[in-house]
Design a protein around this ligand. Sequence first.
Ligand code: DQA
Length: 141
Amino acid sequence: MKKILIINGPNLNLLGRREPDIYGYDTMEQSLARLREKYPSLPIEYFQSNHEGAIIDRIHAVGFDTDLYAGIVLNAGAYTHTSLAIADAISAISLPVVEVHISNVSSREPIRHTSLISPVCRGVIAGFGMDSYRLAIESLL
Ligand code: DQA
């Protein structure tokens, strides 16, 4: 079975502690354990960085490996709303990328209503809490 790469952007290393009223109490490690339990034969890789360039480097590193990867699940955090560079990286690669948000960004502050990456992603899943990651994986299987 091909792999899925989940990439989380800035501040998502703080899940479980960060604004739990918005992002919940689960850590990413707990959510990953649940996903791996649900899909035992699916290799799920995980990468998190608070640095835009590191996220781009990782997208480049796997982005043409269509033999090994089914796709990328990307929660770019606040870079969603600002990073033309990440959008360009997504455009450049061959793998499909699904944009994910834990919160419903459309119901939050207006600045979060704009995504620079949505136009170059296969689709967007937002607002289902940590289950957004599972729904994104489903869309790539
Ligand atoms: C987020 C939404 C973004 O607006 C925010 O900057 C994040 C998390 C989400 O998962 O809901 O860091 O991507």
